[in-house]
Design a protein around this ligand. Structure first.
Ligand SMILES: [Fe+2]
Length: 223
């Protein structure tokens, strides 16, 4: 555990605030690029839901587990563990599968292939187990997901679905998760700071590219 003096004299709170602002800006930029749902045809709506499912269903818990294995501070571990507990106990992958099923958007081979390369890049990044950077990436992800839920629900409604447990739960619970992850980030930067000059947004950039391949398949082919 940290001593009070370590926490009091940490040079990182201002740095952490700056990261939080940059994460917020990255989320807003990504949301601004979403196509107007009213302009999408049924196949485009189905594709976004299916690719989102292909990425999230089997990877979110895996990546959060990577965060758990990477962080060193007790506070960060507790916050990430609480997040994982909720994912597993309430079976969020089950919720997402039901959501996709009801929207007639179960991922196909081509949906899986469309996100394959960018998903691989995020998986390899998580495998490097860089605590602060993974927590920054997951804070970005939780923050994005929370704001993306109303959009995703609108796509599903356009598909004739009335199944919104997944989007309802994540539009609410991820508010607390995002705040918790920024608390975890502050604790981790105190105990296990990144090396000087480290690119703290490497995971965010890779994940942002992956989300773009969910929304605009083929758009990241030359990035
Ligand atoms: Fe979840």
């Amino acid at each position: 555990m940290n001593t009070p003096s370590l926490v009091t004299h940490t040079p990182f709170p201002t740095f952490g605030t700056s990261i939080q602002q940059d994460v917020g800006s990255a989320i807003e930029d990504l949301l601004a690029e979403l196509p107007d749902p009213q302009q999408l045809c049924a196949d485009q709506r189905r594709g976004i839901i299916a690719r989102y499912t292909a990425v999230l269903e089997g990877n979110f818990i895996y990546w959060m587990t990577g965060a758990y294995l990477s962080v060193q501070s007790e506070q960060a571990r507790a916050i990430v563990l609480d997040n994982l507990l909720e994912e597993v106990r309430d079976s969020h992958p089950r919720m997402l599968r039901i959501f996709a099923l009801a929207a007639h958007a179960i991922p196909t081979d081509s949906d899986t292939l469309a996100i394959h390369r960018d998903l691989t890049n995020v998986r390899l990044f998580v495998g490097r187990l860089s605590g602060v950077r993974i927590v920054v990436m997951m804070a970005f992800f939780e923050g994005f997901i929370q704001k993306f839920m109303s959009y995703l629900a609108e796509l599903a409604a356009g598909q004739g679905s009335a199944e919104f447990e997944y989007t309802d739960v994540h539009g609410v619970c991820d508010v607390a998760h995002t705040a918790g992850l920024f608390n975890a980030l502050a604790a981790e930067m105190t105990l296990n700071p990144p090396e000087p000059g480290a690119d703290l947004f490497e995971g965010v950039d890779l994940l942002r590219t992956l989300i773009k391949s969910i929304v605009h398949p083929g758009s990241t082919a030359r990035m």
